[in-house]
Design a protein around this ligand. Structure first.
Ligand code: ARG
Length: 271
């Protein structure tokens, strides 16, 4: 009996070690496959063989770009990332995290790329590389109906303003702290809007398309007409990553054949 038990334990140990190695092997395989493709210089970005997984870091609380639906991350970025991976022959894996964790995940190599309605900024360019832009956005100001204090961008000076932590909205409004603006930073845009409906902040600064969704979902709020900052969205990658070139090539093809427009139009209806 003892002997049997020892044998059994040994077998369990061998199995679990094998599983562990298989797990590691899988990882190595995907990264080496990724580097294989880096060295190949085919004319088109088209590929049929799967080269392994690519992990996309995102913050899926930003409809229509990325949000959870039925246990899945959907939205413009999720679909465009899928189209890029299909074209290049990678399997897409989406990792949902806090927005302000994305750049670190990408620069440390924990994720292969970041796509999160992310604006290209010079500051971010110090830590990551960006692809060509795939769309543009504007920072919008959301206020409660009947708000009189904040009627235009300049009125944010001296007001209490809610933003999503680490976003460009946060950066712009933080610039006004010297003018007496009080910045309330939330981990989700939805929490900033909730604070607005509870009159804990006077306004929320966030990208225009998510702003429209928030206003739709929160009666008694509205977007100010005055346009704020214009921005370019792009995919971020680890500095020096050769994937950037592959992505740019595939992105150019998806722009040329109308796929990018089709994906955007599916989520943003012309108003
Ligand atoms: N465009 C803004 C930025 O890059 C906000 C992006 C927020 N994205 C998100 N998935 N929560 O800072």
């Amino acid at each position: 009996m003892k002997k049997f038990l020892a044998l059994f334990l040994a077998a369990v140990l061998v199995c679990s070690t094998a599983v562990m190695f298989a797990g590691c092997g899988g990882k190595t395989e995907s990264s080496s496959a990724a580097s294989d493709s880096k060295t190949s210089d085919s004319k088109s970005s088209e590929s049929t063989a799967t080269k392994g997984e690519l992990h996309m870091a995102t913050n899926a609380a930003f409809e229509p770009y990325e949000y959870q639906e039925g246990g899945k991350v959907v939205g413009i970025d999720a679909e465009l990332a899928q189209a890029l991976c299909d074209k290049l022959g990678y399997t897409l894996v989406i990792d949902d995290m806090e927005f302000d964790a994305i750049i670190t995940a990408v620069s440390s190599g924990k994720a292969d790329f970041g796509m999160a309605g992310m604006t290209v900024t010079d500051e971010r360019k110090k830590s990551v590389d960006f692809t060509d832009s795939y769309t543009t956005a504007i920072q919008a100001i959301i206020v409660n109906d009947g708000e009189t204090k904040v009627a235009k961008a300049d009125d944010l000076k001296g007001a209490t303003v809610g933003v999503q932590l680490g976003t460009t909205g946060d950066i712009y409004v933080s610039d006004m702290e010297k003018d007496g603006t009080k910045v309330e930073r939330f981990s989700k845009g939805a929490d900033a809007v909730l604070a607005l409906t509870q009159k804990k902040v006077d306004a929320v600064v966030i990208d225009n398309e998510p702003a429209k969704k928030f206003v739709e979902q929160n009666k008694g709020t509205k977007i100010l007409d005055e346009p704020f900052e214009n921005e370019d969205y792009a995919i971020c990658l680890k500095k020096g990553s050769e994937l950037t070139e592959q992505f740019n090539k595939a992105l150019a093809e998806l722009k040329a054949d109308g796929t990018v427009k089709k994906i955007i139009d599916k989520y943003i209806k012309a108003s």
